[in-house]
Write a protein of this length. Structure first.
Length: 366
């Protein structure tokens, strides 16, 4: 995520211009100003973090690293932080970090009608193989990503998915709720469960109630009616409109905040609904015949994920071990997986977009 450092700065500069644009601007000025304010807090706090002298340049530009530091200070009951002579409340810093991180992941990265060749056809092939092998009927997706790439591509491939949330307040980000792209439903019989371990860009919570309350999950796909003044077509999820957060707060209250959760040990504290998601992920790992890791580097810093895997493997008992496949071009990543599982794995040193159809059948097939 370090590449978001430059992208974040570029987008911030564009937003500053739009925040004071005339009323006819495609991006509503209220949304732009709110995002600019959140970005200013992010940059101020990042400058504060750099003073530690312990962060590498890469870590300093990593949104999740800065976000995790904010949560650590908040969990330590640090009430505020002094930056360049100004006092910032840590709770406000944390909320603004959620909003700016949400913005950076909001558009990451869906295929575009205007740029049909911008992304490889890897997703089309991936979902074709899921259908051909019948794996879609036995699949559970576990992801640490905030983005909606899997849900959107699954919708396009007509493979319905479900969030394993027992209690949820379902709503629509747009003005046209005639079509949906990811249903929140307790029935997993004919849908692929997708466990989002760190929240999602379409998860929100009411700040007046706190994250302990059930989240709002926005599940609609924009119809032909644009969202506010944005130029959005029916092929793009409404939650991805520039004005989405403005529209959501207009409809459901100004205290709704993105439920974007940093990858720290505190993430399950006070979030019963997220515990249910991690429970579903644990059971899926413990019962899986095959576990395929795609593009996840299994960083040494993610001790919580490693602990989840160790516990799930222990819960398997004395039965046959799961087949482990790792799709990642990094040799260092392969070694981390071998140390984690302490046995041989099947490594595919490529990105998903470079995997051939034959290799994908071997990876996903039985």
């Amino acid at each position: 995520m370090s590449e978001f450092g430059d992208a974040s700065q570029e987008y911030f500069e564009r937003l500053q211009k739009k925040a004071y644009a005339p009323p006819g601007s495609p991006l509503h000025r209220y949304a732009a100003r709110m995002l600019v304010d959140a970005a200013k807090v992010f940059y101020a706090f990042r400058a504060f973090c750099k003073k530690s002298g312990t962060l590498s340049c890469e870590d300093a530009n990593n949104l999740e690293t800065t976000f995790s530091i904010a949560e650590a200070m908040r969990e330590a009951d640090i009430p505020n932080v002094e930056i360049d002579g100004r006092s910032y409340a840590m709770n406000q810093v944390y909320r603004d970090m959620q909003i700016w991180t949400w913005k950076m992941y909001q558009w990451y990265p869906l295929r575009s009608r205007r740029k049909p060749d911008a992304y490889p056809q890897a997703y089309d092939l991936f979902f074709k193989v899921l259908k051909d092998t019948g794996v879609q009927n036995r699949l559970v997706v576990i992801t640490t990503n905030y983005d909606l790439v899997y849900e959107f591509e699954a919708y396009r491939a007509n493979i319905p998915c479900v969030y394993p949330l027992e209690h949820v307040q379902e709503s629509e980000a747009g003005n046209d709720g005639r079509s949906r792209f990811c249903f929140v439903d307790a029935d997993e019989m004919h849908r692929v469960p997708i466990c989002k371990l760190h929240g999602s860009v379409n998860y929100f919570y009411d700040d007046a109630c706190g994250p302990r309350c059930d989240p709002f999950v926005f599940t609609d796909l924009a119809g032909k009616t644009p969202i506010g003044k944005s130029r959005l077509t029916e092929r793009v999820p409404a939650i991805l409109a520039d004005e989405a957060i403005w529209n959501i707060r207009e409809k459901l209250g100004g205290s709704l905040t993105p439920e974007i959760i940093p990858p720290t040990y505190a993430k399950l504290t006070g979030r019963p609904w997220l515990r249910a998601v991690w429970n579903r992920a644990f059971r899926a790992l413990a019962n899986a015949e095959k576990i395929v890791f795609i593009g996840y580097s299994m960083p040494d810093s993610d001790g919580f994920m490693r602990a989840l895997i160790h516990g799930a493997m222990a819960a398997r008992g004395s039965g046959s071990p799961a087949q482990i496949d790792v799709v990642d071009p990094s040799e260092a990543t392969r070694r981390r997986y071998e140390r984690l599982f302490r046995r041989g794995i099947r490594s595919w040193p490529k990105r998903l977009g470079n995997i051939t159809e034959g290799e994908l059948y071997r990876i996903l097939g039985t």
